[in-house]
Design a protein around this ligand. Structure first.
Ligand code: UDX
Length: 436
């Protein structure tokens, strides 16, 4: 099938490449000419595992091309996926302006199209948006939904860093449609994906996305709350969650206590769901708690450090890991930011290191010195905090800490095993309290 994809971020480009790999003819559309040229040169503008190789494959097979010309891409395709960003507004609600602008461009193209065309929102939008905001814009073309065009909503469940894998091997495919005809067209696109398909209406599809992300975030904040009790009772929360997670109704994933969740989705989606609830007069005690636990967890990490080091004023503290998780250069909502702000407020001298995130992080705060390697960052440090799970940090060994003035290691992602570390190192693991 001929498919156009508007937006070439990690959702749009990964989805486009994945669909082309499945044999569809894909046109990726972006306003950024530099991105378009890079894609046509088989150079992905973003890093995602396996993306470069697969982009090379589909571009050389003539299955995927990129353009800035939205109009032509609509005329030359039968289905269009809208994959543009939907960031948070100040009040936490969703900014759908990019989705609406994409819909306006599509609407212009529909004016000139005679054959049936399906428009499908993949961007994360709150329930009611596709029908309430996108549809009226499309009908400004003079065409009628149902007769002249179809309308769908097909949310993504892609994790950054492993997005291509998540696209090619999804747990489920959610297909929301205005009508049967729209749903059938979208189902056909996914006919050779083995995952179970949920065929539903537009707003149910929109809500499945939010309810999924909010529950994953809830699991994380729940684990973080339990971890604080464990710290006081000499229990290791990771052992607790190993036992809890074996219950098939619960499942072990996303119960890793740490310094909180970051990224472009969980914080944004939980806030958006809360804002929607407020709009419709529903109180959100659980979602409020999920967010407040998450705000507190980075600060709690510093409290654990202070329990060991005392005053932080004038002390060099190394923060290893600045991106919101390992395997990405993305610093959106990274827990490193509130953590470092707290350290600076306490008068500490902060150095940061991250394999890929230092440039992006330096745009968030300028009172931090960035070191070119772990060794430099740790040199003469009174303590270090491991904030994300890059493999470089997972493989740290005792001798890596030799340059420190004081060998205090706060493992805020529980990626080291203290049994492998020498006695000289004071290991503080989130959720692993000393035996009382
Ligand atoms: C998430 C969802 O997993 C994905 O399905 C959705 O489409 C987009 O948002 P992503 O934000 O890329 O994906 O990363 P993820 O791997 O889910 O981690 C999010 C954050 O939660 C990271 O900061 C991570 O460190 C943290 N996390 C994750 C925990 O603190 N504990 C866990 O057990 C899992």
């Amino acid at each position: 099938m001929k498919i156009s994809v508007i937006g070439t971020g990690y959702v749009g480009l990964v989805s486009g490449v994945g669909l082309a790999h499945h044999g569809h003819k894909v046109i990726c559309v972006d306003i950024d000419e530099e991105k378009v040229n890079k894609i046509n040169d088989s150079e992905p503008p973003i890093y995602e595992e396996g993306l470069e190789e697969m982009l090379e494959e589909v571009v050389s097979d003539g299955k995927l091309s990129a353009t800035t010309d939205t109009l032509q891409s609509i005329l030359d395709s039968e289905v269009t996926f809208i994959c543009v960003g939907t960031p948070s507004k100040r009040d936490g609600s969703v900014d759908t302006s990019a989705v609406e602008n994409a819909a306006k461009d599509i609407s212009q193209a529909l004016k000139e199209k005679d054959d049936y065309h399906v428009v499908c929102v993949k961007s994360t939008v709150t329930p009611g948006t596709t029908e309430g905001k996108v549809l009226p814009i499309l009908e400004k073309s003079g065409k009628r939904v149902g007769d002249d065009f179809g309308l769908g909503m097909n949310p993504e469940f892609l994790r950054e860093g492993v997005a291509l894998n998540d696209f090619l091997d999804p747990d489920r495919i959610v297909i929301g449609g205005w009508d049967e005809k729209s749903r059938n067209k979208l189902e056909k696109i996914h006919e050779d994906f083995g995952a179970p398909k949920i065929m539903t209406d537009l707003r149910t599809a929109e809500m499945i996305k939010y309810a999924s992300n909010a529950l994953l975030a809830t699991k994380i904040s729940y684990a973080n709350e339990i971890s604080k009790i464990c710290e006081k009772k000499g229990i290791d929360v990771y052992e607790v969650m190993d036992g809890v997670g074996l219950d098939h109704r619960i499942n072990r994933d996303f119960l890793n206590a740490g310094c909180g969740f970051g990224g472009s989705c969980f914080p944004k989606d939980v806030k958006a769901l809360r804002a929607l609830a407020k709009e419709v007069g529903v109180t959100t005690r659980i979602l409020d708690a999920v967010l407040s636990v998450n705000d507190e967890q980075p600060l709690h990490t510093i409290e654990l450090l202070k329990e060991e080091l005392g005053e932080l004023k004038g002390k060099k503290i190394a923060v290893l890991g600045l991106t919101f998780k390992g395997g990405t250069d993305d610093v959106r909502e990274t827990r490193a930011l509130p953590m470092i702000e707290k350290l600076l407020k306490e008068g500490a001298e902060v150095v940061g290191y991250d394999p890929k995130g230092m440039e992006n992080f330096s745009e968030l705060i300028d009172e931090v010195e960035f070191d070119k390697g772990i060794k430099d960052a740790l040199d003469s440090a009174e303590a270090c905090i491991i904030q994300n799970d890059w493999s470089e940090f997972r493989s740290l060994e005792s001798e890596d800490f030799d340059g420190m003035k004081n060998k205090v290691v706060v493992d805020a992602r529980r990626i080291l095993d203290p049994k492998d570390l020498s006695e000289e190192i004071t290991y503080i693991g989130i959720g692993k309290g000393p035996v009382d």
